[in-house]
Design a protein around this ligand. Sequence first.
Ligand code: OXD
Ligand code: MN
Length: 598
Amino acid sequence: MQNIPRQWTENGTLNRWIDEIASLCRPSHIHLCDGSDEEYDRLAKTLVDAGKLTLLNPAKRPHSFWCHSHPDDVARVEESTFICSLREEDSGPTNHWKEPAEMHRHLHTLFCGCMQGRTMYVVPYCMGPISSLFSVVGVEITDSAYVVLNMKLMTRMGKPALEHLEGGSFVPGVHSVGVPLAEGEKDLLWPCNPQARCIVHFPEERSIWSYGSGYGGNALLGKKCLALRIASAIGRDEGWLAEHMLILGITSPQGEKRYMAAAFPSACGKTNLAMLTPSLPGWKIECVGDDIAWIHVGRDGRLYAINPEAGYFGVAPGTSMKTNPNAMRTIQKNTIFTNVALTADHDVWWEGINGEAPEGLTSWLGEKWNPSKGAAAQPNSRFTVSAKQNPIYDTEADNPQGVPLSAIIFGGRRNSVIPLVYEALSWEHGVFMGASISSETTAAAKGDLGKLRHDPFAMLPFCGYHMGDYFRHWLEMGQKTAPEKLPRIYTVNWFRKSSDGHYMWPGFGENARVLKWIFERTAEEAPAQKTAIGYLPTELDVSHLSLSQEHMEKLLEVDKAAWLQETEGLAAYFKLFGQKMPEALLGELKELRERLEK
Ligand code: OXD
Ligand code: MN
């Protein structure tokens, strides 16, 4: 590279870093992104002209695009994701670790010349409302124009982020698809390098390096890498929480509004719950966020949450006017679809959208599809869209202070044992509930499907430090304020199955019935009984729902034998965290056992 201008921005550290990465990666061009609509359109057109994006039918899906990836680049890759803390014990038993200096040497080799023949995009972005004191600025350097387009939809990107940054510090992130181009060489449709793939975090340096994948969770560095793994480490040091949680506002027929945050593992319905259309008349849900919450103690002692993101990267299959009408309305225009199927008239299709597959589909692999070929849409296919298009976007989503939480909800995919809903006895018991979450694995991560695994706080793949320290941090958060100021904590389970293998609870809009009980509990208005595991509803509004008495009882039963077995599994799991496992949580486990044995 010759004659690289040095004055990219007003921030000297950023200018030096851009030059440093350019001389390492040796791109043919450098482009500092301003985040404008013109820039988005120009880049999208380049990708359309190169055959990498397909413009969808403007009469059906205006200003929207379809693309499909390499078949081996469709999900997060947990086995190639590293937390390189200075000391191995700070990364903990649930993360992969490599000695930072050794990893830096490896990355240096990987990134050396990796952008040859490509443009290096510099993407400043702000996680959180631009004017919020809680926001964090990141700068992603990437050689993927697809990543730039997605970052524009998912974050507050470009000029406003740079203005917010001024001379301050930022989280640097370098991303490359890992396929340098020789002079005159033709590019691949979806360049990626699965053999060399790695997604690396240095929590003390607050930096990110990602190589070889173009998939959202691996490549859009603001999302899982910054807003969860790096932010969780910042939150530990500064006294706040970065969580894998949706945030919703719920308003009762009497006009009272409360906010709730809910953590579920990937692809377990966070987007559906965050955008729910209540089946109960008079109740209203508004959406602050569908995936991530940063939670601080506010001046009044309550816990406040902001959504650091500005868009949705949602799972398409199963999304329909029946399951999530607000998501369907949100993705009506200005949306990027990745790995769904393409219809003959250039609209999108996926399993569960609305009945039978139409004739003439192109599958996510870019081939003519027929039913013998399996699913037409990849099970982890996604839509990327700005949150502002959501018809139930909560106006408070841009409040720089965040929204006050009345309830925190945990959940997982459990076909047995865990009841539909129950409430924690205390903050400590609630932290124990979060630590106890297990769930069946989904297509959001590479690996086996439907295998039950522990996923504490739905943060197993996203915690940037030792999980035992993370549990302790949650306990300490509860001591920062008076107990009555803290949100109440709940566990829910929409996925309980009957002996014939069918879901017992109808889910989706009917989940409003459970939210109503939670809402009323937080106002001391709903009846509950104290059981061995926590408070369970004595009455749940199931009006006009065809649900057998037997199923209703099953959904709210506490099967003591099954729960005792559950506690054995937990005792074994908690051993993993050794000395760092907080005594208070072991105490909660012991007390639960004693209550069950009584
Ligand atoms: C996501 C995930 O994309 O959790 O949100 O994998
Ligand atoms: Mn997620």
